[in-house]
Ligand binder design. Structure first.
Ligand code: ADE
Length: 225
């Protein structure tokens, strides 16, 4: 699996990929994450990649040519399964989309800024538009990092315990049951007896019941699905 992320702020993406599970996945060779500075594809000496919107209005719009030059250079090097644009008006990312993308090979992610990107980039190159929620961020970089994290942790071999991604909240359509660790009694707040019982069947039943109760309480919409 390989992600090529195109951005005007490559520095913003350094830290999220240099730690923990994403760092380990790259070190193990299970995924490659390459960040490209869109300004390297600007065709003017000021390295500007945006311009005023046709028809007037506030804000600048990111131009077609720099994105096209970067995408076409990458496409000449390898095949891409998806070209994803992170945008608040895209389809909302969920576990099922993350599962689907975890079966893909190479993907390009475009990060927008300013007022948006020229519609022709979306029409000509983009295969999928994703939002990470109904709120507006300053750019697509943090959403791109969220997407890569959600997808890469599902790639076989990335998590040390293969089953732990399968027991994540949402994975079975339910939220997770509560979890506890030592001490069993903290200031009189006790861990539920069943978890100390050693009775695996009873523990599994308790966890299922808790997951259903929590989902009913917090996200009844998941049960409708
Ligand atoms: N860019 C700005 N806000 C965004 C969001 N909520 N999701 C994806 N990309 C974005």
């Amino acid at each position: 699996m390989r992600f090529d992320i195109i951005t005007v702020l490559p520095g913003l993406l350094e830290s999220p990929f240099a730690h923990s599970i994403l760092q380990r996945a790259q070190k193990k060779g299970l995924c490659e994450i390459v960040v490209h500075n869109l300004r390297d594809y600007a065709d003017n000496k000021h390295k500007s990649v945006d311009d005023y919107p046709y028809g007037g209005g506030s804000g600048m719009v990111m131009q077609v040519a720099p994105f096209a030059a970067c995408i076409e250079k990458l496409q000449a090097e390898r095949h891409y399964d998806e070209i994803i644009f992170m945008t608040p008006d895209g389809e909302t990312l969920n576990q099922s989309i993350a599962n689907h993308l975890s079966t893909k090979g190479n993907m390009i992610i475009l990060c927008g800024h300013y007022k948006g990107i020229d519609q022709r980039i979306r029409d000509i190159y983009v295969t999928r538009e994703l939002s990470i929620g109904d709120y507006v961020l300053s750019g697509g970089e943090l959403p791109a990092a969220v997407l890569v994290d959600a997808v890469v942790r599902l790639v076989p071999g990335v998590l040390s315990d293969e089953t732990s991604a399968l027991s994540d909240s949402f994975q079975g359509g339910l939220l997770d049951a509560p979890v506890y660790t030592r001490p069993a009694d903290w200031r009189g707040h006790k861990v539920p007896d069943v978890l100390l019982s050693g009775n695996e069947a009873a523990i599994n039943q308790w966890r299922d019941e808790q997951a259903i109760a929590r989902t009913k309480d917090r996200r009844p919409d998941l049960l409708d699905e």
